[in-house]
Design a protein around this ligand. Structure first.
Ligand SMILES: [Zn+2]
Ligand SMILES: [Zn+2]
Length: 343
């Protein structure tokens, strides 16, 4: 392989990809070239992976057929920089906040890129190299591994951003619908923000067990008992003050809405189909988080208040990316966070 090329995953159909040689990207002005160490599989990667569609489908150029696929939970080492970036950053270990904006609008000026009308995502991470605006590549804190660092942006940023939109007050009761990696982050965010009672709802025993370890006070298996009744039983029949919702399924969405008390607040990171009700309850959408808030979130990680290390159940080399996606998509009872290592 010459220095002009790199190995990258390219999608070839539903749930399959090849590893091929493609041109290595060259950092442009204000960009950095990052040698990828880890790319963690996100639930948002799975939608494109399972689809036979290999076209450009979504906001931010979310194109599952591009070299490196939609990989966006990234860590690595800066290997080269473009014009306008100090060469002293070469060799720096970094994680990437993938949600970037136009750098011209008021939202971008406040480092709230997720509010930019032209927000997009840095992706292509299932490859040996990616380019990124250099200021979106942030130093990995001392003591944080490459694999954990790859999860900072989306697995801590997204649930913390969503939790903050709920404005949880000390002592409130919070129900968390779905205990995948984002849902477990919502449990941790609720605990950090002062919830007294945290009820986690998920079909999978492994995820309920981890939710208890990370701060849930109660867990419910919705296949074994009615989760709405369980939440009401814990709240004198009123329902939860706050529901944090991370399950993209209509029945779960309806249950989550029903478990919310009147004038309660629900934040969803999974979208929200019509709930069929006219109840006076507030539903707030959330996408990603504010870049400006990451220093506080990273402190939560290095303090041990927010944990990402127990999420990693599997790691695979790039050559086994098809198996990695298979385990993440089809074995939710044993996999949580699956990381593809590019080195
Ligand atoms: Zn993601
Ligand atoms: Zn902007």
């Amino acid at each position: 392989m010459s220095s002009d090329t790199m190995r990258a995953a390219v999608k070839t159909g539903a749930e399959t990809a090849d590893i091929v040689d493609v041109p290595r990207p060259v950092p442009g002005r204000l960009e950095a070239l990052v040698r990828v160490h880890a790319c963690a599989i996100c639930a948002s990667d799975l939608r494109g992976w399972a689809s036979p569609d290999i076209g450009d489908r979504d906001r931010g150029g979310w194109n599952a057929s591009r070299p490196g696929l939609t990989g966006h939970e990234l860590s690595g080492v800066i290997e080269a920089v473009g014009d306008g970036v100090t060469g002293t950053r070469i060799g720096e270990s970094v994680w990437i906040d993938p949600i970037c904006g136009c750098e011209q609008c008021p939202a971008c000026a406040a480092k709230r890129y997720s509010l930019c009308p032209d927000a997009g995502a840095i992706c292509g991470g299932y490859a040996e190299y990616v380019t990124t605006p250099a200021h979106m590549a942030l130093p990995i804190p001392h003591g944080v591994s490459m694999n954990v660092a790859s999860m900072i942006s989306d697995m801590m940023g997204t649930p913390m951003g969503a939790t903050r939109r709920a404005s949880i007050e000390t002592g409130e009761t919070v129900a968390v619908w779905g205990l995948g990696p984002v849902g477990l982050g919502l449990v941790q965010g609720a605990r950090i923000d002062g919830a007294a009672t945290i009820v986690g709802v998920d079909l999978h025993a492994n995820r309920r067990t981890l939710a208890i370890e990370l701060g849930a006070t109660h867990v419910v298996d919705p296949a074994a008992e009615n989760p709405v009744a369980a939440v009401r039983a814990l709240t004198d029949g009123r329902g939860a003050d706050v529901v944090l919702h991370s399950v993209a399924a209509a029945e779960a969405s309806r249950q989550a809405f029903d478990a919310l008390r009147l004038e309660g607040r629900m934040v969803t990171v999974a979208g929200f189909p019509p709930a069929g009700g006219q109840m006076p309850k507030t539903v707030i959408g959330n996408w990603a988080c504010y870049h400006a808030d990451f220093p506080e979130y990273v402190d939560l990680l290095t303090d041990g208040a927010f944990r990402l290390d127990p999420y990693v159940t599997h790691t695979y080399p790039m050559a086994d990316i098809v198996e990695a996606f298979h385990v993440r998509l089809h074995r939710p009872d044993e996999s949580l966070k699956v990381i593809v290592e590019m080195v």
